[in-house]
Design a protein around this ligand. Structure first.
Ligand code: GDG
Length: 464
């Protein structure tokens, strides 16, 4: 049987008995690795003075991980640079924040080449390779250059930007072309898939075969796959009823003191729309004096990518904004925003979701957004909360029964909060049931099965 080699920027090894510390993606990939007995390869997150290709192997819970350390310059140019200051903002439509430095692009290519050279000896003839996310787009091309004929797939966890935006990237053509070295390329939604296909057809001159979703260019073919990621729905629902979640639930209920809690859980990232969310809530506070003290917002926002200046700025902005809103509206017995900059264990988070009558998930642009699905999975079926969800999250395609909003509009956000507050129990149950069906049906196991089935079904590349 073929082994599976997963390659991603960071490796999140199975956390052993404390599975609460694992994310859904890690659970799914680890399960796939156990099934196909493969290896998960990536950056350790550690620094080294001189890159020497040394691999640290580890085996736990039936999964083998293989990690390498990177030099400071690599981390600065590849990770903080091209990945997080060029591609991330551009792919989230923030051309105003995207930076184009030749050193970043050079570092990105160099690290992808280093990854390829280091992992290449680990790949055996029958293995299947699955590369994850925007950090690693040219990795497939680097592996082909080293003679790798294996079946290879790539999954993009973030949006693919519209053709005209993508064209702004100085290396647009090369990057888009490098995806042709994979056999299968997966996206969360048709919209992201179409955006890539349009660039490939219009700007690269590729031909598109609608019948099986295959793009061809210069003798190379790649299958495009619409493959929305899900969560470990059954496990998450169970976790939300477990002892830690129950403890968190009771704690939140006590501290809510009869008020409705709205919950937001996001990495501190400008794509998540936190500033607009606060402004939308402020509008609600201003316009709905009669009910405003019945509600509060708990915003959990663990810091992220702190080496990048824009991320330091967003932190400062949000501190100022939450302080201003609380200063203007708080009373001796009530604070409208509880803004928390730290992370919580996954099972504790599940209990907080369950205690929240409203889930506020309002990114300005998001590949999928797993928090929306986790919020749904954690609800009490007899008395579920209401999900307010941005139209611009990939999750909005599947979760049609959320209260969908334009996150740029403070008015819509304020109206949505009122709608959620007024929604009666039968309507909440109807909407939740429909969303939960989707979250359960298209869960993370379904996702990785769909992708690996397509990949295993593809043919090995002929010698070129
Ligand atoms: C990228 C794409 C796509 C957050 N705070 C805590 C915590 N989290 C967990 C959430 C959720 C995960 O982090 C965040 O996932 P998202 O999907 O919301 O967002 P990104 O991190 O931007 O992920 C995104 C995803 O890849 C998968 O393809 O959906 O569009 O941007 O699982 O629960 N977890 C814990 N404590 C926290 O405080 N334990």
């Amino acid at each position: 049987m073929s082994r599976l080699i997963i390659i991603s920027n960071r490796v999140t090894p199975p956390a052993g008995p404390d599975s609460a510390a694992q994310g859904g993606l890690s659970v799914a990939l680890s399960a796939a690795l156990r099934e196909y007995s493969g290896i998960w390869f990536g950056w350790s997150g550690e620094r080294t003075d001189h890159f020497n290709g040394h691999i640290h192997f580890q085996r736990s819970e039936g999964v083998t991980t293989a990690t390498i350390d990177l030099e400071d310059q690599d981390i600065e140019e590849y990770y903080n640079g091209f990945a997080n200051r060029t591609l991330w903002p551009l792919f989230h439509y923030r051309i105003d924040l995207a930076e184009y430095e030749r050193e970043f692009a050079g570092g990105y290519q160099r690290v992808n080449a280093r990854f390829a050279e280091t992992v290449r000896p680990l790949i055996e003839a029958e293995d299947v390779v699955w590369v994850q996310d925007y950090h690693m787009i040219p990795l497939g091309a680097e592996l082909r250059r080293l003679g790798c004929k294996n079946r290879m797939g790539f999954f993009l966890h973030i949006p693919w930007p519209p053709r005209r935006l993508f064209a702004i990237l100085p290396l647009a053509t090369e990057l888009a072309r490098s995806l042709f070295d994979y056999d299968v390329v997966g996206f969360h939604t048709e919209e992201w898939l179409d955006a890539y296909r349009e660039f490939a057809v219009e700007d690269l001159g590729a031909t598109w075969r609608e019948s099986d979703g295959v793009l061809t260019l210069g003798g190379k073919s790649v299958q495009l796959l619409n493959c929305p990621i899900g969560i470990d729905a059954a496990e998450f629902a169970e976790m939300s009823r477990g002892p830690t979640a129950q403890h968190a639930f009771r704690q939140m209920q006590e501290s809510a003191n009869g008020r409705v809690m709205m919950i937001g859980v996001d990495r501190l990232d400008y794509s998540k729309g936190l500033e607009d969310r606060f402004l939308g809530y402020e509008r609600f506070l201003r316009e709905h004096t009669e009910v405003r003290k019945e509600v509060f917002l708990l915003q959990i926002a663990p810091p992220s990518r702190e080496a990048v200046e824009t991320y330091q700025e967003i932190r400062t902005t949000l501190e100022g904004l939450s302080g201003r809103i609380n200063g203007a509206y708080a009373d001796v017995d009530w604070v409208p925003i509880r803004y928390v900059n730290q992370g919580y264990p996954r099972d504790y988070l599940a209990g907080i979701y369950r205690a929240a009558r409203i889930g506020l998930v309002t990114p300005l642009r998001d590949g999928m957004n797993l928090v929306a699905k986790e919020y749904v999975a954690a609800q009490d079926p007899e008395d579920p909360g209401v999900l307010i969800l941005s139209r611009f999250a990939g999750a909005a395609i599947q979760l049609r029964d959320a209260v969908l909003v334009n996150p740029y509009s403070a008015e819509e956000m304020s109206d949505a909060i009122v709608t959620a507050l007024k929604m009666d129990r039968s309507e909440r149950i109807r909407r939740w049931r429909s969303m939960m069906n989707s979250v359960e049906r298209e869960d993370v196991i379904w996702w990785r099965q769909k992708f690996t089935d397509a990949l295993m079904g593809s043919e090995m590349r002929a010698a070129s």
